[in-house]
Design a protein around this ligand. Sequence first.
Ligand code: 13P
Length: 247
Amino acid sequence: MRYFIGNWKMFGVPKSINILNKINSFYLKDKHQKKYRVFITPPYTLLESYAKYFKKKKILIGSQNCYQKDIFSSNTAAISPYMIKSVGAKFTLVGHSDNRSEGDTDLMLKNKVSLALRNNLKVVYCIGENKIDKKNNKTFSVLKKQLSRVLDRKLNKKNIIIAYEPVWSIGTGKIPTKTELNKTIIYIKKVLKGIFKKKNISVLYGGSVDGNTVGVFKEIKEIDGFLIGGASKSSKKFIDIIKNYYR
Ligand code: 13P
């Protein structure tokens, strides 16, 4: 199974649902539809209405983040995994570099992952090295820490997806070389196997994925799908990624 996950970040108002309607219509007609799934993360403000609207349709709606405490608490502007689940969302991102750079620690991320899973949300756990880590040849050690400090064997691995997003590639148009990326994805899968003693956890790539760059990524068979930022805000750009992937 492949995943095409659109992360809208701070984008979207109620009428932006048109974008998803177009993606949904494409999906319904696509002869490759059985090979992949489409997930989208609108902002919190649209989560309930979009989740209701897409309940019986093929697009899965999820959240961009969740809080590290559950049910209710006195934390201004916080949204718990329980609250996300209660409006019909099916999954959440955790650990996006935007949130890590604003202070999310490993312990916070560990709580988020485990609480989200406990609420039966799928978790798309994001990892990735920054420009300095890469320059200092620290990519593998950074990724290993991000995985081993947050994930453990007792978690419900069936609901975990990993998204590898090198921070230096997000929104920059810069992408890793094929050899580099292939090695990194294989390394991530090896670390995951060490943690979970299982082979089959999906690992996605994110960072400047569009209709052109996907041509490079599709040659790396170990990549199980994509986390897409900028290009997910346009139905045409998002559909082009899927079309070019299966061309
Ligand atoms: P871009 O696709 O805009 O590089 O963003 C990637 C991303 O951060 C998705 O979560």
